[in-house]
Design a protein around this ligand. Structure first.
Ligand code: PEP
Ligand code: MG
Length: 528
């Protein structure tokens, strides 16, 4: 008898539809055997070496810079004495290699999991990944391959397992997980549907499932009619995507002949390898707080200069707007951001940059030098008061003057601002900005007093609510009065239903995630 249908609800971490055989990852046998022929301490070192070699191999095989960075993080951890010493001490006490390694990882996990900083909590998955890999190496076994196109069910999924898998229309349903984890980020960037936080359910007898993130549901052992309706939706989605993809080329022009610029938002230089500059009107937002992942990178002017130059070279003369660090809130950089009770209302963006003028000057210096290569504009995030923009401008002028004095090739880029704090939107005529870009993600959360990370307050975060539209109208009309450029780079611009209202408010420039480019261009072309 076939198992009866079950609907398991969860939180969407990556959108999409998937259909496939279920694969229960946590049922894989744990690896506990040590290398038979070696004494435990030698077996441990051999397994460690093999694990590092495997991860380095994965790193060389991926083109994705985010993925490579997290694999490099794992290698660094596997070479870190503070992680290894407790394992070696346990071996000296007489534990076998597997038990010693588990103990060391548990100690580190306890530290990561109790950390206030969400960055470290999200890194727990990396530690679990490393624990399993070394244990597998100790057992002389490689991980079983997740079958292509499967729907993976697990408590959590580690990044390297994600990268080793051929997803092919499959998806992920986790009882744990976090939307901010690396694996969720990878799933979104690869278009693999993912649900997190599913309640416990009995897997017995179930073999297949549908994953529907529009409904936030995993449908296990679907009934025939449910499966048929799902197949129709999947086919509709695929043909809509194919039609939209065919509209990637060419400018976005309404039926009435109004040209709307559509640019892209990026977080990483690696993303650009898969994108064609001819499909957009430039880059409207580079989130440098996601590009620069550690405090060391914030102090590395040459590294930043090289990254900004790569972005400008990719754009081939199209405008590029790079945002100065918007670290803080849900985008921590260890060693730089501060822990606060209410991070979204705390020291983030320009507040943090102005509190660290030496690091801010390094970023501005790298930007001035890169601006020599092409039409680069610099944008400051989270501006609340005119004095903050003025202070950033003074520092930019000082940095440009110093480069001039030292005879270093540079250009002082135009300095604009994000409009994402309601106080700035309401008084935008008081700011001396060269251009404006509306950050609807933050504008909505601040004007509706509903955190953008809180899915259950979704109804308060409606982008088309009158309060949001009035603020946008104020900003667009002030930009018109001053004849300065205004764009909108929040996620609202990527929603086809929002395109008509935004154009009606006078916006002629939008910046969206690369995956949304085709659908936004199609929505513009359908406008009267
Ligand atoms: C925004 O707030 O709309 C925005 C584009 O910035 P971020 O999402 O990076 O805060
Ligand atoms: Mg923002």
């Amino acid at each position: 008898m076939s198992a009866s249908m079950l609907r398991v609800h969860g939180t969407v971490a990556s959108p999409g539809l998937a259909e496939g055989p279920l694969y229960f990852l946590d049922d894989e046998p744990a690896s506990v055997r040590t290398f038979d022929a070696l004494p435990p301490a030698e077996a441990f070192e051999a397994a460690l070496g093999q694990a590092i070699a495997e991860i380095e191999h994965l790193g060389r095989a991926t083109l994705d810079e985010n993925a490579r960075a997290l694999l490099e993080f794992q290698v660094a951890m596997l070479e870190d004495e503070s992680l290894l010493e407790p394992a070696r001490a346990a071996l000296r006490e007489g534990l076998d290699a597997g038990a010693a390694w588990r103990r060391a990882i548990e100690l580190q996990l306890a530290q990561f999991e109790s950390a206030e900083d969400p960055y470290f909590r999200a890194r727990s998955a990396d530690l679990e990944d490393m624990r399993e890999r070394v244990l597998r190496c100790l057992a002389g076994a490689r991980a079983k391959r997740i079958p292509p196109g499967a729907i993976v069910v697990a408590r959590d999924l580690v990044p390297s397992r994600f990268l080793e898998t051929d997803w092919q229309g499959g998806g992920i349903a986790l009882s744990g997980g976090s939307a901010k984890s690396h694996v969720a980020m990878l799933a979104r960037s690869r278009g693999v549907p993912m649900l997190i936080g599913t309640p416990p359910w009995d897997p017995n007898g179930h073999r297949e499932a549908l994953l529907d993130t529009e409904a936030g549901t995993l449908i296990v052992s679907p009934a025939t009619e449910v499966r048929a309706a799902f197949a129709r939706r999947l086919a509709g989605l695929q043909s809509a995507k194919a039609a939209a993809d065919s509209s990637l080329s060419g400018p976005a022009v309404t039926q009435g002949g109004q040209v709307i610029k559509v640019m892209i938002n990026i977080a990483d230089v690696g993303e650009l390898a898969r994108l064609d500059p001819a499909h957009c009107d430039g880059i409207g937002l580079v989130r440098t707080e996601l590009l620069l992942k550690s405090r060391a990178e914030l102090g590395d002017e040459e590294g930043q200069y090289a990254a900004y130059c790569s972005i400008l070279r990719w754009a081939r003369g199209a405008p590029v707007t790079i945002r100065t660090l918007d670290a803080g809130s849900d985008k921590p950089i260890p060693g730089y951001t501060v822990e606060e009770s209410n991070p979204f209302l705390g020291t983030r963006g320009v507040r943090l940059s102005l509190a660290n003028p030496e690091l801010f000057a390094i970023q501005l210096r790298a930007l001035c030098r890169a601006a020599h290569l092409g039409p680069l504009r610099v944008m400051v995030p989270m501006v609340t008061l005119p004095a903050e923009l003025a202070a950033a401008k003074r520092l930019l002028d000082e940095v440009a003057a110093e480069l001039l004095a030292r005879g270093i090739a540079h250009r002082r880029p135009e300095l604009g601002m994000m409009v994402e704090v309601p106080a700035a939107a309401l008084t935008i005529d008081l700011f001396d900005a060269a251009f404006l870009s509306i950050g609807s993600n933050d504008l909505i959360q601040y004007v509706s007093a509903a955190g953008r990370d809180l899915a259950h307050l979704g109804s308060l975060q409606e982008p088309l609510q009158p309060a949001v539209l009035r603020l946008i109208e104020t900003v667009v009309s002030a930009a018109g009065d001053r004849a300065i450029d205004v764009s909108l780079c929040g996620d609202m611009a990527a929603e086809p239903r929002c395109v008509a209202p935004l154009v009606a408010l006078g916006l002629r420039s939008l910046s969206v995630a690369p995956v949304a480019l085709a659908r936004v261009k199609s929505a513009i072309r359908a406008l009267p």
